[in-house]
Design a protein around this ligand. Structure first.
Ligand code: CAA
Length: 292
């Protein structure tokens, strides 16, 4: 397996392209907008620079990594020679089903089609293709170059051979893959999101403040970020949509999204990416202050 195509050049897509290219794979990075691809290449170069500064990568390795990434705007061309495609487009069911239908049409018949979805059913996505045994979840964590986990999700029809190949490939990227089955939220978000939602309820009910709640979890449980800061980092819209997948998928009221989360998303306060969520963010600065 040598030719990898990544669909979508946002935060997750550019991180995935970065890691595959760093570990020697030829990467085609697909996005509909050239401006998004240009921005992604600048981001990848910046993140590779961090690794060079740290001494974990040489300047020559950085140059070679960037040279292995070919940005393209056409999906059909982008997947034509792929051994594996990793889809990391916006977290929207309709969009993912459309992309998988197209990828199935244009990718070589032997290619594995993976999705980086954080919560959409792999089985549902696989069902729009003629190769459901070759469709699998490859869920990377943000920031992709730093986080060791790949959650490898087997859909209802995913074959043992394909699962094995994707597990081995993840190890070749320096990651520690974990195999899980396809149920709402998989493992990562089934556990993470109710914790974040509960932190939001704790704030909503006035039990404590933003900084206090995060401090409890950072200092008490050794989490690198408190749950409210992590929610801002992930995106409150993403958190809400994952809670809805859990709520709909299990039909259990314990997964009901906190009304404060719903309100903040409706108000457009989506976290770091919009400059405000539970905290306020200033571009170019690491300093954050509680929004209220
Ligand atoms: N590329 C390369 N390196 C990066 C990077 C990137 N995009 N982002 C951070 N780094 C490196 C930095 O260079 C730094 O390296 P050194 O410590 O060796 O110098 C290191 O990572 C730490 O970064 P910072 O010093 O900037 O900041 P930090 O110490 O506060 O760590 C963090 C930042 C790694 C993001 C840390 O806060 C953390 O681990 N947070 C939790 C992340 C997490 O939980 N991610 C999962 C989210 S859930 C998800 O992704 C899936 C989903 O479905 C919702």
């Amino acid at each position: 397996m040598n030719n990898i195509t990544v669909i979508g050049s946002g935060t997750m897509g550019n991180g995935i392209a970065h890691v595959f290219a760093q570990f020697g794979y030829q990467v085609t990075l697909v996005d509909i907008a050239q401006t998004a691809l240009d921005k992604a290449m600048v981001t990848i170069a910046g993140n590779l620079d961090r690794q060079v500064k740290k001494g974990t990568l040489t300047e020559d390795e950085k140059t070679a990594t960037l040279a292995r990434i070919q940005p393209v705007t056409d999906l059909a061309t982008g997947v034509a020679n792929a051994d594996l495609v990793v889809e990391a487009a916006t977290e929207n069911v309709g969009l993912k089903l459309k992309i998988f239908g197209e990828m199935d049409q244009y990718a070589p018949p032997a290619a594995i089609l993976a999705t980086n979805t954080s919560s959409i059913s792999i089985t549902q996505i696989a069902a729009v293709t003629k190769r459901p045994a070759q469709v699998i979840g490859m869920h990377f964590m943000n920031p992709v170059p730093v986080m060791k986990l790949v959650e490898v999700i087997r859909g209802y029809a995913t074959s043992d051979a394909v699962t094995q190949q994707v597990m081995e490939l993840s190890v070749n990227l320096g990651k520690s893959p974990v195999e899980v089955n396809d149920y709402p939220g998989f493992v990562a978000n089934r556990i993470l999101m109710p914790m974040i939602n509960e932190a939001i309820y704790t704030l909503f009910e006035g039990v404590s403040g933003v900084v206090e709640i995060d401090t409890v979890m950072k200092l008490g449980m050794a989490h690198p970020m408190g749950p409210l800061q992590l929610a801002d980092f992930i995106g409150l819209d993403v958190c809400l949509s994952i809670m809805r997948v859990l709520h709909d998928g299990f039909g259990n009221p314990k997964y009901a999204p906190c009304p404060l989360l719903v309100n903040m998303v409706m108000a457009g306060k989506l976290g770091a990416k919009t400059g405000e969520g539970f905290y306020r963010y200033t571009p170019g600065s690491k300093e954050i202050v509680p929004a209220r």
